[in-house]
Ligand binder design. Sequence first.
Ligand code: ADP
Ligand code: MG
Length: 345
Amino acid sequence: MSEETTKRTDVNDLGEFGLIEHLTKDHKLVNPSSIKGIGDDAAVIDNGGLLTVISTDSLVEGIHFDLMYTPLKHLGYKSVVVSLSDICAMNAIPKQVTVSIAISNRFSVEAMDEFYEGVYAACKKYNVDLVGGDTTSSPRGFFINTTAIGQVSKEKVAYRSTAKVGDLLCVTGDLGGAYLGLQILEREKQIYLSSPEVQPDMKGNDYIIGRMLKPEARLDMIKVFEKSNLIPTSMIDISDGLASELFHISKQSGVGVWVEESGVPIKQEVEVQAIDFKIDPITCALSGGEDYELLFTVDPKDIEKVKYMPDIYIMGEIVEASAGVKLHTKGGNVHDIKAQGWKHF
Ligand code: ADP
Ligand code: MG
């Protein structure tokens, strides 16, 4: 894009209230539970007799995202999706979201428009209302906080602490892709920084890069559970890597976990790319992160229900706590799984 075709409006031209008005004026509420959205001191939500679940996430430039390779629209989309994923992990349906931003004078009104395009695309896709937020300035960089609010009945809410010995361990989707997507983006960034004339080489990696830049929350699965009358005995979303989440279930439920390596869903393109980076594919699945899939347990009586659900993989079993958290490899060995999620601080 050239200077002449790209308009740049300084945020100061609009001021804080002008910017809020500009970013939010066309947003229409769609959920009956959203009584009052943007425009008052607080949003008002009516959840009837249902439980309200709330989750909040912060994303910090330079820690959680790099604008060198993250389009602002994707960032807006992902900011909403990561908090919706937490609501889904409670077996709840997300209904509202708030988005707070702190921006430096490096960011123009047009840049924020792009970011909000992503925010609204996610709201539309997941049928959630943007009901508020906060807008402030930062001395340097871009900070984002999203809070998601959802509904679930008392009977259906799924915690991390309620897995039982004998339950089947299941996961949605496939694992390891997002971590490799990040590795590719980082590699191309380093090449660009040392020789800007070299064209980035991302051919054939759309799926993997998409897993990093444009994740989805598995609300589709929550709806499948509902339709099949399946209530997971416990659930958690995989944001820090499978290993780390297995430990959360193990610790909070007071159980051990047995994982079959052959049952861990890893796409072939992920496997190929992992080997290219000289990383064992199972390591990507266990210790990568940002996959935003759901890890859950079900009572063995429900095996017939999960066996035929699309995009769900049974990969292990809940065992006695004394058995620990173990991986049974394809080669027939048993390894201790170590919790080494991504630590961003
Ligand atoms: P207050 O002074 O009470 O914090 P603000 O002037 O910050 O109110 O916000 C006015 C309204 O605009 C509120 O409803 C708030 O939730 C909403 N809002 C502010 N910033 C954003 C944003 N970045 N995205 C969405 N809504 C916002
Ligand atoms: Mg405010």
